[in-house]
Design a protein around this ligand. Sequence first.
Ligand code: UDP
Length: 242
Amino acid sequence: MERIDGRKTNELRPIRLLTGINRYAEGSVLIEWGETKVLCTASVEEDVPPFLKNSGKGWITAEYAMLPRATQTRKKRDIHRLKLDGRSSEIQRLIGRSLRAACDLSLLGERTITIDCDVLQADGGTRTASVTAGYVALALAVKKLFAEGKLEQYPIRQAIAAVSVGIVQGVPMLDLCYAEDSKADVDMNIIRTDAGGFVELQGTGEGNTFSEQELQQLLDLGKEGTQILFEMQNEALKQANA
Ligand code: UDP
Protein backbone atom coordinates (compact mmCIF):
# COMPACT_ATOMS: atom_id res chain seq x y z
CA MET A 1 0.00 0.00 0.00
CA GLU A 2 1.25 3.44 -0.95
CA ARG A 3 1.55 5.76 2.06
CA ILE A 4 0.46 9.38 1.87
CA ASP A 5 4.04 10.62 1.68
CA GLY A 6 5.43 7.64 -0.24
CA ARG A 7 7.21 6.09 2.77
CA LYS A 8 7.68 2.37 3.27
CA THR A 9 5.62 0.86 6.07
CA ASN A 10 8.73 0.57 8.25
CA GLU A 11 10.13 4.00 7.42
CA LEU A 12 10.38 6.98 9.77
CA ARG A 13 9.77 10.51 8.54
CA PRO A 14 12.95 12.61 8.12
CA ILE A 15 14.11 13.61 11.61
CA ARG A 16 16.52 16.30 12.78
CA LEU A 17 17.61 17.00 16.33
CA LEU A 18 19.11 20.47 16.76
CA THR A 19 20.77 21.04 20.13
CA GLY A 20 21.78 24.25 21.88
CA ILE A 21 18.96 26.35 20.48
CA ASN A 22 18.23 28.16 23.76
CA ARG A 23 21.06 30.00 25.47
CA TYR A 24 19.55 29.90 28.98
CA ALA A 25 18.33 26.33 29.41
CA GLU A 26 20.77 23.71 30.73
CA GLY A 27 19.72 21.51 27.82
CA SER A 28 17.76 22.44 24.71
CA VAL A 29 16.68 20.64 21.56
CA LEU A 30 14.50 21.46 18.61
CA ILE A 31 13.20 18.30 17.01
CA GLU A 32 11.86 18.37 13.47
CA TRP A 33 10.10 15.12 12.82
CA GLY A 34 8.53 15.36 9.37
CA GLU A 35 6.17 18.33 9.72
CA THR A 36 6.00 17.98 13.52
CA LYS A 37 8.23 20.45 15.36
CA VAL A 38 8.76 20.52 19.12
CA LEU A 39 11.04 22.65 21.23
CA CYS A 40 12.30 20.91 24.38
CA THR A 41 14.26 22.60 27.16
CA ALA A 42 15.63 21.03 30.33
CA SER A 43 15.88 23.33 33.35
CA VAL A 44 17.70 22.46 36.55
CA GLU A 45 16.47 23.72 39.92
CA GLU A 46 18.16 23.03 43.23
CA ASP A 47 14.97 21.91 44.94
CA VAL A 48 12.58 18.94 44.97
CA PRO A 49 8.81 18.56 45.46
CA PRO A 50 7.71 18.21 49.14
CA PHE A 51 7.39 14.40 48.99
CA LEU A 52 11.12 14.11 48.21
CA LYS A 53 12.48 16.60 50.76
CA ASN A 54 15.35 15.08 52.78
CA SER A 55 15.22 11.88 50.72
CA GLY A 56 18.49 12.59 48.90
CA LYS A 57 16.64 11.88 45.66
CA GLY A 58 16.05 14.10 42.68
CA TRP A 59 13.05 14.47 40.39
CA ILE A 60 12.38 14.74 36.68
CA THR A 61 9.11 16.21 35.50
CA ALA A 62 7.67 17.53 32.24
CA GLU A 63 5.27 20.09 30.89
CA TYR A 64 3.71 19.90 27.42
CA ALA A 65 1.79 22.51 25.47
CA MET A 66 0.85 23.33 21.92
CA LEU A 67 1.25 26.84 20.60
CA PRO A 68 -2.02 28.28 19.27
CA ARG A 69 -0.96 27.92 15.64
CA ALA A 70 0.64 24.50 16.01
CA THR A 71 -2.61 23.15 14.60
CA GLN A 72 -4.65 23.66 11.44
CA THR A 73 -7.12 25.90 13.19
CA ARG A 74 -6.05 28.19 16.03
CA LYS A 75 -6.21 26.50 19.40
CA LYS A 76 -6.88 28.81 22.34
CA ARG A 77 -4.19 29.04 24.99
CA ASP A 78 -5.16 27.27 28.22
CA ILE A 79 -5.10 30.56 30.13
CA HIS A 80 -8.11 31.75 28.13
CA ARG A 81 -10.09 28.65 28.98
CA LEU A 82 -8.97 28.82 32.62
CA LYS A 83 -8.01 25.16 32.70
CA LEU A 84 -5.21 22.85 31.65
CA ASP A 85 -6.13 20.86 28.58
CA GLY A 86 -6.84 17.20 29.56
CA ARG A 87 -4.85 15.90 26.61
CA SER A 88 -1.83 18.03 27.53
CA SER A 89 -1.90 16.88 31.12
CA GLU A 90 -2.04 13.21 30.04
CA ILE A 91 0.86 13.78 27.63
CA GLN A 92 3.07 15.62 30.10
CA ARG A 93 2.64 12.87 32.67
CA LEU A 94 3.70 10.33 30.03
CA ILE A 95 6.80 12.39 29.16
CA GLY A 96 7.75 12.72 32.84
CA ARG A 97 7.29 9.00 33.56
CA SER A 98 9.24 8.05 30.45
CA LEU A 99 12.20 10.29 31.20
CA ARG A 100 12.40 9.29 34.87
CA ALA A 101 13.12 5.79 33.59
CA ALA A 102 16.35 7.12 32.06
CA CYS A 103 17.84 8.13 35.33
CA ASP A 104 18.80 6.78 38.75
CA LEU A 105 17.09 9.55 40.73
CA SER A 106 19.05 8.75 43.87
CA LEU A 107 22.22 9.82 42.02
CA LEU A 108 20.73 13.13 40.90
CA GLY A 109 20.81 14.72 44.36
CA GLU A 110 17.96 16.85 45.67
CA ARG A 111 17.32 18.78 42.49
CA THR A 112 14.57 18.85 39.89
CA ILE A 113 14.97 18.79 36.14
CA THR A 114 11.92 20.09 34.28
CA ILE A 115 11.52 19.22 30.64
CA ASP A 116 9.33 21.77 28.84
CA CYS A 117 7.96 20.54 25.55
CA ASP A 118 6.31 23.16 23.37
CA VAL A 119 4.83 22.09 20.09
CA LEU A 120 5.50 24.66 17.38
CA GLN A 121 3.76 22.64 14.68
CA ALA A 122 1.81 19.40 15.02
CA ASP A 123 1.43 16.73 12.38
CA GLY A 124 1.02 13.60 14.50
CA GLY A 125 3.46 12.09 16.98
CA THR A 126 4.02 15.16 19.12
CA ARG A 127 4.26 13.11 22.34
CA THR A 128 6.76 10.67 20.86
CA ALA A 129 8.81 13.58 19.47
CA SER A 130 8.68 15.20 22.93
CA VAL A 131 9.95 12.06 24.69
CA THR A 132 12.69 11.47 22.10
CA ALA A 133 13.96 15.07 22.10
CA GLY A 134 13.23 15.45 25.82
CA TYR A 135 15.71 12.67 26.53
CA VAL A 136 18.43 14.55 24.62
CA ALA A 137 17.65 17.79 26.50
CA LEU A 138 17.75 15.86 29.79
CA ALA A 139 21.07 14.21 28.91
CA LEU A 140 22.57 17.61 28.03
CA ALA A 141 21.47 19.08 31.38
CA VAL A 142 22.83 16.08 33.31
CA LYS A 143 26.14 16.21 31.43
CA LYS A 144 26.43 19.88 32.36
CA LEU A 145 25.80 19.11 36.06
CA PHE A 146 28.37 16.32 35.91
CA ALA A 147 30.96 18.53 34.19
CA GLU A 148 30.43 21.16 36.90
CA GLY A 149 31.27 18.54 39.54
CA LYS A 150 27.79 18.63 41.07
CA LEU A 151 27.22 14.86 40.74
CA GLU A 152 29.37 12.12 42.22
CA GLN A 153 28.24 9.49 39.77
CA TYR A 154 26.70 9.86 36.32
CA PRO A 155 22.96 9.20 36.91
CA ILE A 156 21.73 8.37 33.41
CA ARG A 157 21.29 4.63 33.08
CA GLN A 158 19.70 4.23 29.67
CA ALA A 159 18.46 6.24 26.73
CA ILE A 160 14.72 6.60 26.12
CA ALA A 161 13.07 7.04 22.73
CA ALA A 162 9.48 6.86 21.55
CA VAL A 163 7.70 6.30 18.28
CA SER A 164 4.14 5.80 17.12
CA VAL A 165 2.93 2.79 15.18
CA GLY A 166 -0.51 1.91 13.92
CA ILE A 167 -2.71 -0.07 11.60
CA VAL A 168 -4.11 1.92 8.70
CA GLN A 169 -6.46 0.18 6.26
CA GLY A 170 -5.31 -3.17 7.59
CA VAL A 171 -1.60 -2.42 7.22
CA PRO A 172 0.70 -2.14 10.28
CA MET A 173 3.00 0.85 9.86
CA LEU A 174 5.64 2.90 11.64
CA ASP A 175 5.42 6.59 12.58
CA LEU A 176 1.98 7.89 11.62
CA CYS A 177 1.60 11.45 10.40
CA TYR A 178 -1.68 13.20 11.24
CA ALA A 179 -3.44 12.19 8.01
CA GLU A 180 -2.62 8.54 8.77
CA ASP A 181 -3.30 8.87 12.50
CA SER A 182 -6.76 10.29 11.87
CA LYS A 183 -7.85 7.26 9.87
CA ALA A 184 -5.95 4.59 11.80
CA ASP A 185 -7.85 1.59 13.18
CA VAL A 186 -5.15 0.99 15.76
CA ASP A 187 -2.87 3.60 17.20
CA MET A 188 0.00 2.89 19.56
CA ASN A 189 2.81 4.86 21.16
CA ILE A 190 5.87 2.82 22.08
CA ILE A 191 8.42 4.09 24.59
CA ARG A 192 11.59 2.02 24.81
CA THR A 193 15.04 2.01 26.37
CA ASP A 194 18.26 1.37 24.48
CA ALA A 195 18.81 -1.54 26.86
CA GLY A 196 15.87 -3.25 25.15
CA GLY A 197 13.09 -2.75 27.71
CA PHE A 198 9.73 -1.10 27.24
CA VAL A 199 8.85 1.85 29.44
CA GLU A 200 5.27 2.24 28.29
CA LEU A 201 2.88 1.09 25.60
CA GLN A 202 -0.19 3.18 24.81
CA GLY A 203 -2.21 1.16 22.36
CA THR A 204 -5.82 1.58 21.36
CA GLY A 205 -8.04 -0.16 18.89
CA GLU A 206 -9.97 2.94 17.83
CA GLY A 207 -11.76 1.78 14.72
CA ASN A 208 -11.08 -1.92 15.07
CA THR A 209 -9.62 -4.43 17.49
CA PHE A 210 -6.19 -5.96 16.94
CA SER A 211 -4.89 -9.49 17.13
CA GLU A 212 -1.89 -10.78 19.06
CA GLN A 213 -0.09 -11.28 15.79
CA GLU A 214 -0.73 -7.67 14.78
CA LEU A 215 0.43 -6.51 18.19
CA GLN A 216 3.70 -8.37 17.63
CA GLN A 217 4.08 -6.73 14.22
CA LEU A 218 3.53 -3.30 15.79
CA LEU A 219 6.08 -4.00 18.51
CA ASP A 220 8.62 -5.10 15.90
CA LEU A 221 8.08 -1.90 13.92
CA GLY A 222 8.44 0.11 17.11
CA LYS A 223 11.70 -1.63 17.96
CA GLU A 224 13.05 -0.96 14.49
CA GLY A 225 12.07 2.72 14.71
CA THR A 226 13.42 3.34 18.20
CA GLN A 227 16.71 1.67 17.26
CA ILE A 228 17.24 4.37 14.63
CA LEU A 229 16.16 7.06 17.10
CA PHE A 230 18.78 5.90 19.64
CA GLU A 231 21.46 6.35 16.97
CA MET A 232 20.17 9.85 16.16
CA GLN A 233 20.14 10.79 19.85
CA ASN A 234 23.71 9.57 20.25
CA GLU A 235 24.82 11.52 17.22
CA ALA A 236 23.10 14.71 18.45
CA LEU A 237 24.74 14.35 21.88
CA LYS A 238 28.16 13.68 20.35
CA GLN A 239 27.90 16.77 18.15
CA ALA A 240 26.68 18.90 21.06
CA ASN A 241 29.80 17.92 23.02
CA ALA A 242 32.21 18.45 20.14
N1 UDP B 1 -4.20 17.51 16.83
C1 UDP B 1 -4.71 18.76 16.53
N2 UDP B 1 -5.33 19.47 17.51
C2 UDP B 1 -5.44 18.99 18.79
C3 UDP B 1 -4.93 17.73 19.08
C4 UDP B 1 -4.32 17.01 18.09
O1 UDP B 1 -4.59 19.22 15.39
O2 UDP B 1 -6.01 19.69 19.65
C5 UDP B 1 -3.51 16.75 15.78
C6 UDP B 1 -2.02 17.02 15.79
O3 UDP B 1 -1.49 16.97 14.48
C7 UDP B 1 -1.50 15.87 16.60
C8 UDP B 1 -2.40 14.76 16.07
O4 UDP B 1 -3.67 15.37 15.99
O5 UDP B 1 -0.13 15.64 16.41
C9 UDP B 1 -2.47 13.52 16.91
O6 UDP B 1 -2.86 13.85 18.21
P1 UDP B 1 -2.70 12.84 19.41
O7 UDP B 1 -3.57 13.35 20.53
O8 UDP B 1 -2.87 11.45 18.95
O9 UDP B 1 -1.19 13.08 19.92
P2 UDP B 1 0.21 12.97 19.20
O10 UDP B 1 0.10 11.97 18.06
O11 UDP B 1 0.54 14.35 18.70
O12 UDP B 1 1.14 12.53 20.27
